[in-house]
Write a new protein. Structure first.
Length: 568
């Protein structure tokens, strides 16, 4: 979006503009009709300009010929808000040197682009206010141009962002606020503000605003499409409720997993909000869908939302809904709490939710009432909420990244999915399971894994958990050759080969490995005494004992429960 904006502004001065990203791929271009050389977004810029080294230097000018047309290219590099390279093209016979004509073109561009543009001078007076900005804020340019910002928007001058940017010379990025109100209704826009500098001095400030209602509509369309596609999956769709998984799809042989499955099934039959904690790739949504399909709500909708994938300024309206006029472009839109009806709302990566929204979510969960953005009416929340976090909630609370009261609201019941590295039985199970799956799918007969590689895979920490192991086995099955007698380390993809070699070397340093994770080296028959000793040494401080044992806090809590250890 910024590439189009800056390219459109520059285009008024030259015969053509090509905007490149930091890897020199074309993001946007606009050329005069008589510049007929072939170009599109897939064009190799290296071949186009015959520059094998492909190094563009800021303020560089060079001359070249494309398809017999002599042109001059000047280079402008931009660092903020994103790294861009702008190539300004002038055809020798058609250069625009008239300053009045340039100014006219620039004003025409600003008036026709979709982004809102507002500019102020050193006294804070509005000097430019285009049509797109008028539509977003429902104001008229003729009524506010020439006025100080604080008079036009009716606020205290000391809170003026334009004045702050003018004084400091530092831009402000990605704000979402309502500066104007029409009929008491705030008009929210997403914007960034930049200083205009000449010869080192700031001479003005401008803001570029965008209306994100279109993005919000696309988001809802994506959610609806995901549900419709899920309903069409053959042999995997469960009652057309938006899910594809049940507990039958959760694979594994470890005792830890079997006990977790029993606990999750017991929780499922009750309409209680649940928090699932597990690292990336452990299968949190798989558990959430399975719990929904095991519950009395199985015939109701299952609605999933990833809190990390939605911009902060859209997440509130996505969850709670909006009413027409709440902000520019807002329509009567059902939020996901209402959309889930009597089913399940799954909020993935809730640890990414900003603190400002956490307090609003906590109130909704506490009162079981939701109010759409811009509305005074409340509607009952009937769905069960399952949340998921890939970080330890207690650590987030200590770091002031999660409200303690929100934790108690979302975690009426908690489930901890242990990482794959703490389940060696499941590592071996999934190695064979994925090998059989991909060999059958691809019609390939792969040789067995060598004992050395198998041991290294068992010792590898698997930071991506089951998902990482699945992708690795798929890569191995694809890469192995017919004449191989066994799968060795050299068959692994390069990105993981070095890490596996480290694990092989760790086999030689057995004592060091045992010292760093003593619980792994303890004999099964002495685990209980080993854990109890660590707890007693730390006066039953679970966090301190977990650090001493070299395991996570949640994993220690599981072992305490498994061995029925009780604090004296």
């Amino acid at each position: 979006m910024f590439a189009k904006t800056i390219g459109s502004l520059v285009r008024s001065f030259v015969d053509g503009v090509i905007v490149l990203d930091h890897t020199n791929n074309i993001l946007w271009f606009d050329l005069q009709e008589n510049l007929t050389f072939p170009i599109d977004l897939t064009t190799d810029i290296k071949k186009l300009f015959r520059r094998d080294d492909l190094r563009f230097i800021d303020k560089e000018e060079f001359y070249t010929e494309l398809q017999g047309q002599p042109i001059q290219v000047s280079v402008k590099q931009i660092v903020e808000p994103e790294q861009l390279t702008v190539l300004c093209i002038k055809e020798f016979a058609f250069q625009l040197d008239n300053n009045e004509a340039r100014l006219y073109c620039l004003e025409k561009v600003i008036e026709t682009i979709d982004e809102g543009v507002m500019m102020s001078n050193g006294d804070g007076e509005i000097t430019l206010y285009n049509k797109a900005q008028e539509k977003m804020e429902d104001l008229q340019a003729q009524e506010i141009i020439g006025k100080p910002l604080w008079d036009a928007y009716n606020y205290n001058p000391q809170f003026s962002e334009h004045r702050h940017v003018f004084d400091t010379g530092k831009p402000i990025f990605s704000r979402y606020r309502a500066h104007s109100k029409v009929g008491g209704v705030p008009k929210y826009v997403s914007y960034s503000t930049y200083p205009i500098k000449k010869d080192g001095d700031t001479i003005g400030v401008f803001s570029i605003s965008t209306n994100e209602s279109k993005l919000k509509d696309q988001l809802y369309q994506t959610i609806e499409l995901k549900r419709s596609v899920s309903q069409q999956l053959e042999e995997k769709t469960f009652a057309n409720n938006g899910t594809v998984f049940t507990f039958e799809d959760i694979k594994g042989k470890s005792t830890v997993l079997k006990e977790l499955l029993r606990e999750a099934q017991a929780v499922s039959v009750h309409n209680t909000d649940t928090l699932i904690v597990g690292e990336t790739g452990t299968g949190k949504e798989l558990f959430a869908q399975s719990m929904h399909n095991h519950s009395p709500r199985r015939d109701k909708p299952f609605v999933a939302v990833n809190c990390a994938a939605i911009p902060e300024n859209l997440l509130e309206s996505t969850l709670f809904g909006t009413v027409k006029g709440a902000f520019t472009g807002a329509t009567d839109q059902v939020g996901l709490f209402e959309y889930a009806e009597d089913g399940t709302l799954f909020m993935d990566e809730i640890n990414s939710m900003p603190m400002t929204l956490q307090s609003k979510l906590m109130r909704v969960l506490q009162e079981r009432l939701v109010r759409r953005v811009g509305s005074n009416d409340v509607k009952p929340v009937r769905c069960t909420v399952i949340s998921a976090s890939n970080e330890d909630p207690e650590k987030m609370i200590e770091e002031d990244r999660m409200r303690l009261d929100l934790f108690y609201r979302i975690a009426n019941t908690s489930l901890f999915i242990p990482p794959l590295r703490d389940r060696p039985e499941d590592i071996l199970f999934f190695i064979h399971y994925f090998f059989d799956t991909f060999q059958s799918k691809m019609g390939i007969n792969a040789p067995p894994i060598s004992p050395i590689l198998r041991e290294a895979l068992l010792r590898y920490p698997w930071p991506g958990n089951i998902r990482e192991l699945e992708h690795l086995i798929q890569n191995i099955v694809i890469r192995v050759t017919d004449d191989s007698k066994a799968i060795e380390v050299h068959h692994l993809p390069s990105y993981i080969r070095g890490k596996i070699l480290v694990e092989q070397k760790a086999l030689e340093g057995e004592n060091e490995s045992k010292a760093s994770r003593p619980i792994k080296s303890a004999l099964n028959q002495s685990k209980k005494q080993f854990i109890q000793s660590a707890l007693e040494q730390t006066e039953w401080n679970v966090s301190a004992a977990a650090r001493k044992l070299g395991i996570t806090r949640q994993s220690l809590q599981y072992h305490i429960k498994k061995h029925q250890l009780e604090k004296p």
